[in-house]
Write a protein that binds this ligand. Structure first.
Ligand code: R5P
Length: 281
């Protein structure tokens, strides 16, 4: 039985369809002091698949409560699907005195589950922070689905770390060159990109990354490409879209922005749930 947190209802419903499993009834309350209480009133299954993108502090609490609620209701196996793992980019202490936040939340989430699946974490190594088995799922191939028919496309990663995602998206689309920028981040909102190598003149460019957060990376890449490319499309697995990210992309001249439903946004043009379903079967 699939059990959805409030932030992951579309993803959980797509997962239920892909696995042909029922979707549990849930109810959400908030007490006058601000505390959450999530429950599963009629849960009745051996295996619970709790689905929760940990996008906020409340979402972390909701995931822990759902894990506990299904155990209380008799589940003998609890699988936790984290479509987007929040805090994953805090994967080390960058300054003395800082926490390894990804490890702290992974440990907490491990306490109520038998195993974890998460989609394209920023670094694969965060899966080692869980105290239970954690598998990672690559949903970059899904990003080819919403693209229109492209003219002589080039799939470009905004940094070397995302070049595998660009390869995967190109392979799923079926044709095209791949390339990547080199990126230096000076601050959250200040990113410097060195030019890519492929000639994009009069060709369609598709940028592929794991996350769009502030939009600094992608807006910078779009600005570079827009001088020569016919159209520039932006795709990402996790559409965080913090602050003015959408405005930055629009001002840079993007043709369209597509993400998956690991975080449920207006730009979630395709579901990553089938990729998770394949990994669960
Ligand atoms: C960093 O290496 C990631 O792959 C993304 O490029 C980054 O998190 C995007 O952040 P922003 O949208 O704030 O530039």
């Amino acid at each position: 039985m699939i059990v959805s947190a409030s932030v992951s209802q579309s993803f959980a419903s797509a997962l239920a369809t892909a696995l042909d499993e029922p979707l549990a009834e849930t109810s959400h309350e908030r007490f006058p002091d601000g505390e959450l209480q999530v429950s599963v009133p009629n849960f009745d299954a051996e295996r619970a698949i709790v689905v929760c993108a940990t996008t906020t502090s409340d979402a972390h609490i909701e995931a822990l409560q759902l894990q506990d609620a299904v155990r209380e209701a008799g589940a003998s196996e609890v699988v936790t699907v984290i479509p987007y793992m929040g805090y994953a980019r805090q994967d080390r202490a960058f300054e003395p005195g800082q926490p390894v936040s990804a490890r702290a939340v992974a440990r907490a989430l491990s306490t109520g589950t038998d195993r974890v699946l998460t989609v394209n974490p920023h670094e694969e190594s965060v899966s080692d922070f869980f105290d239970v088995p954690c598998a990672t799922v690559d949903a970059a191939g899904r990003l080819a689905d919403p693209l229109p028919t492209l003219d002589d496309p080039v799939f470009i990663a905004p940094d070397a770390g995302a070049s595998g995602l660009a390869d995967t998206a190109r392979d799923a689309y079926g044709t095209g060159e791949t390339d990547h920028f080199e990126k230096t981040r000076h601050s959250a909102n200040d990113v410097e990109l060195t030019p890519h190598e492929a000639d994009v003149t009069n060709r369609d460019a598709v940028l592929v990354d794991d996350i769009i957060a502030t939009g600094s990376t992608m807006a910078g890449a779009v600005s570079h490409l827009n001088d020569d490319a016919a159209r520039v499309f932006v795709t990402c697995v996790h559409p965080v879209f913090a602050g003015t990210a959408r405005t930055r992309l629009a001002r840079a001249g993007v043709a369209a922005v597509y993400g998956t439903d690991t975080i449920e946004r207006a730009e979630s043009a395709v579901s990553a749930a089938p990729a998770v379903a394949d990994a669960l079967d």
